[in-house]
Design a protein. Structure first.
Length: 258
């Protein structure tokens, strides 16, 4: 009987042992860093997605160049503006023609602007380019044409007409709007006569809405020096890479109309 009891007890212990859950463990071959593969795949997809978004977006070039300049200055490296060579070329033309004192040159990262004092090109209340003005513009346009041939690319041009705040009294133009537009259009016609493509040209008449100086003195009287500065014609030369001619770029240094 004792033997039978021992056998029964051993059988029961065996059954209990089979019923106990086995401890689960990782095999030596298991790699706990497998999650990195999925993570890397997700990061790659996100990167491709944002690259696609950027390629379909339209970059604000002036703002982008401003950021590039600030980053370069922060890290102590030299910033090279895309209009640097164009600016040097235009400055050389102006110097060779001896009109540096009558022309203000500025740059905004996508274009170089030449602001001519109106008396350099036009007479008072006139939209016909003066003889001296024609000689100056002819030399500038021929130099630009030659530069385009060397590059194998075409610049784009915006001509802006600006007047002072004094109202038009008599004459062929009802207001400063017609006068500024006629002057800008007349310069554009010279571009076309020299062989520039009309699709690359834009004329804008701003009248007195984009002054560079306050037109009146503190006592309310006209500031003649400021009025002379505000009467100008601006030639904006845009880089060949610019895909369209922007019409809303303000001349550097302008202020809101009073």
């Amino acid at each position: 009987m004792a033997v039978i009891r021992k056998l029964e007890r051993a059988h029961q212990q065996t059954e209990v042992a089979h019923q106990k859950p086995r401890k689960r463990g990782f095999s030596k071959e298991h790699d706990e860093s497998n999650w990195l593969i999925s993570y890397a795949d997700m990061m790659t997809l996100l990167c491709v997605f944002y690259i696609m978004l950027f390629s379909m977006s339209k970059v604000n070039t002036p703002e982008f160049e401003k950021v590039k300049k600030e980053v370069a200055e922060h890290f102590g490296t030299r910033y090279e503006s895309p209009t640097e060579d164009l600016g040097k070329f235009v400055s050389q033309i102006i110097q060779e023609n001896g009109i540096a004192k009558d022309v203000t040159i500025t740059s905004d990262g996508v274009s170089v602007s030449l602001a001519f004092h109106s008396t350099l090109l036009f007479g008072s209340m006139s939209a016909e380019v003066s003889s001296e003005g024609k000689l100056i513009l002819d030399r500038i346009l021929l130099a630009i044409l030659e530069k385009q041939k060397q590059l194998g690319k075409e610049y784009k041009f915006v001509v802006e007409g600006h007047t002072d705040h004094q109202p038009v009294l008599g004459g062929p133009f009802p207001s400063n709007w017609e006068l500024s537009s006629a002057r800008a259009t007349r310069v554009i016609r010279m571009f076309i006569e020299e062989g520039f493509r009309p699709a690359n040209l834009l004329a804008i008449g701003y009248a007195d809405t984009q002054p560079v100086a306050e037109s009146r003195n503190p006592d309310g009287s006209w500031n003649e020096e400021a009025l002379a500065k505000n009467r100008r014609v601006v030639l904006r030369v845009l880089l060949p890479e610019v895909d369209s001619i922007p019409w809303n770029l303000k001349t550097a240094g302008t202020q809101g109309a009073p």
